[in-house]
Design a binder for this molecule. Structure first.
Ligand code: BDP
Length: 659
């Protein structure tokens, strides 16, 4: 049992049962045929009728299911809706739910439910912790690995319908004719599962690949190059989705290299894609080393451009204002852009959450952002409702997340990291689902349907994200990771000559008085980017929730917290709690030994050991380091540090980006 089957463990019906049934589809579309095939192979009931109904536009690519187990009718507006309905039925079957009197109507929350792969053409993966890229470029398009279909099927089973197959730090080479043909090989497989292909593009492609004098978006030669390239793409891949662009960010080229704005750059591409119904996802992840607080920069850059973006441009915004930290407040851009389409970008790959070594269930993190009320259009302006078309008219609505998939046998490095891929897909389909429900489904389909087993594992998953925050960066601390690889703690980190906005001291601001980043009016005033209601809460030290305290405030060590403890003591107890929570996760897992296959049990068990050791490492490193400022004792009822600070400072992990 190597985990390669993910949550797709349906067992085929017997030959006997298969004989006298009628599972019919009135559509000949390959996606509809796929739906019929899945049900014919795995559904244990009698008759199913799959129908397309062109009138049911309100369903989008969702579906309606009526009837009972032995007589079911599925209707959809799109062929993909039939496929999603098939997986819905199989999920009910696999999780032992009643299929009597079904009357289900599901309409997806977002039109475009997208994965972003940060895969390079040499098959390394930026921030990938599950081996090399699954795209075998050397063999494409001739040889199609069976993994491509398995990948597409897994995505379709949770509603994902779009994939950006290459890194946002994009090689221009992906747009070469040679690679476009390879891409066609992939897109032909994905199409049967309702998945469209998108590409990350390098803004300098015209110059590098096409030999134009520059890549200025207003240069007619440049525009002509893009126009021809886009034409070529659509001649090879007629349903191509569009471009994702990281421009003028972390050294990537962009329109600003030529004195043009993000809007000018995005609109140039959008105009060319428009006749093909193509889209531009333009990333808002921009910041520069300057005296300005990094957390404020994307807002400062993009808000003045609001109203200038074409209607087939969507601004793709990371969930928080810095960078996929274990916990961040929501990005102030959500709602602040009033006339531009916005979408959320999450990170499934655990760049800042212990790679594929730590068990961290991310549904609660995703929901924390989606459910946050920005108050941008009054009460109820959650990030989800601002981006799903409920509150503001939108063209196509979308959501994206950076994938954690690699060529490891179990796809994601850690068996439980599969749950994060699953959870992202389920939430992109329906952002109102509860994290608990998603966990239950996933456990039942991946491990066991035993009620007690599900309850125990769910409990472990549900605490795991808080545990990680507690042992890494409680109370709003952020970005105190080791330089570059972002695995272990390095609150003391200071690379000589390095960018200040990549140094931990920039973020924690520890001194003899206290710790935390003052983002109120007396500090960087990042708080002013939020709507007044939110700013009043986060900006007031008395009202600010503990979980964001050190994000927004520089707080004295002796400050009395809501708990009655001093800040210093509270910090110590939080780190200690994180360690204890991981120890508890170990206990829960060990107790389940007889209920899990040997291989997955042992593999998860040994990952939990790493996580427990890392948690102690984090706790000791952070407490011993911050203690050099607080000059206060670690409360005596807490486990004592087992490391010397000086030894921890010497740890040089040989963690390459690509391990
Ligand atoms: C950061 C990663 C970096 C990415 C960048 C991005 O450390 O590798 O290229 O985000 O999102 O989190 O562009």
């Amino acid at each position: 049992e190597d985990g390669s089957k993910l949550w797709l463990r349906y067992t085929p019906v017997s030959k006997e049962m298969a004989k006298n049934r009628s599972i019919t589809a009135d559509a000949k579309n390959p996606v509809a045929v796929q739906a019929q095939h899945e049900l014919a192979t795995f559904w244990k009931g009698q008759s199913i009728d799959l129908k397309l109904d062109k009138k049911l536009t309100h369903l989008k690519d969702g579906f309606k299911i009526t009837g009972h187990r032995d007589r079911i009718k599925v209707t959809a507006h799109e062929p993909a809706g039939l496929l999603y309905a098939a997986y819905h039925l199989l999920q009910l079957q696999e999780t032992d739910q009643q299929v009597l009197n079904l009357n289900v109507e599901e309409i997806p929350s977002f039109d475009i439910r997208m994965l972003n792969h940060w895969d390079n053409l040499d098959r390394t993966v930026e921030r990938g912790y599950a081996g090399y890229s699954i795209w075998q470029w050397d063999d494409l398009p001739k040889l199609l690995s069976p993994r491509y279909e398995a990948y597409a099927r897994a995505n379709a089973s949770i509603g994902i319908n779009a994939t950006v197959i290459n890194n946002v730090n994009a090689s221009p080479q992906i747009l070469s004719s040679e690679y476009l043909l390879k891409l066609k090989g992939l897109s032909d497989v994905f199409r049967r599962y309702g998945i469209k292909v998108y590409l990350s593009v390098n803004f300098s492609s015209p110059k590098i690949l096409g030999g134009t004098s520059d890549s200025d978006p207003l240069n007619p030669q440049v525009i002509l190059w893009w126009r021809n390239k886009v034409k070529e793409i659509y001649s090879v891949i007629p349903d191509f989705g569009g471009f994702l662009v990281k421009a003028n960010s972390e050294g990537q080229p962009g329109p600003q290299d030529y004195g043009r704005t993000h809007a000018q750059g995005a609109n140039m591409l959008a105009a060319i894609l428009k006749p093909y119904q193509g889209l531009v996802m333009w990333r808002a992840f921009v910041y520069n080393p300057s005296t300005e607080d990094r957390a404020k920069q994307a807002y400062q850059e993009f808000v003045p451009l609001d109203g200038q973006f074409s209607d087939n441009v969507i601004i793709q915004i990371k969930n928080g204002p810095i960078d996929f930290q274990p916990r961040e407040p929501f990005n102030a851009l959500f709602g602040a852009l009033k006339k531009s389409h916005e979408m959320v970008e999450f990170q499934i790959t655990q760049e800042y959450l212990g790679f594929s070594n730590h068990l961290v269930y991310l549904a609660p993190l995703f929901k924390e952002t989606l459910d946050r009320d920005t108050y941008a259009d009054g009460k109820g302006s959650t990030v989800a409702r601002l981006t799903d078309g409920t509150l503001r008219p939108a063209g196509k609505t979308a959501i994206a997340a950076v994938a954690n998939i690699g060529d490891d046998t179990n796809w994601t490095g850690h068996h439980f990291a599969q749950a994060n891929w699953y959870a992202y897909g389920r939430l992109s389909w329906n952002h109102q689902l509860a994290s608990e429900q998603i966990a239950e489904e996933w456990i039942a389909m991946t491990f066991s349907r035993d009620k007690q087993f599900i309850a125990a594992v769910k409990e472990m998953m549900m605490t795991s994200r808080e545990a990680a925050v507690n042992y890494m960066m409680p109370l709003g601390l952020h970005h105190i990771f080791a330089f570059d690889h972002h695995y272990g703690p390095e609150p003391w980190g200071d690379q000589k000559g390095g960018r200040p906005d990549w140094m931990p001291w920039y973020y924690h601001q520890a001194d003899t008085i206290g710790v935390g980043f003052d983002r109120t009016a007396s500090g960087s005033n990042a708080i002013s980017q939020y709507s007044p209601h939110v700013a009043n809460i986060y900006g007031d030290i008395l009202l600010c929730p503990d979980q964001y305290l050190l994000w927004f405030h520089h707080v004295p060590w002796h400050y009395t917290m809501k708990s009655g403890l001093s800040l210093w003591d509270e910090l110590c107890y939080q780190y200690d709690l994180g360690v204890k929570q991981v120890r508890d996760m170990q206990k829960v897992w060990d107790r389940l030994e007889n209920q899990v296959d040997q291989q997955r049990f042992a593999e998860v068990q040994s990952k939990l050991k790493i996580q427990a050791k890392d948690a102690v490492w984090w706790k000791d490193a952070c407490l011993l380091y911050f203690q050099t400022y607080s000059k206060r004792p670690i409360p005596y009822d807490i486990e004592r540090p087992v490391h010397e600070l000086e030894d921890l400072k010497k740890i040089k992990l040989n963690m390459k980006h690509h391990n």
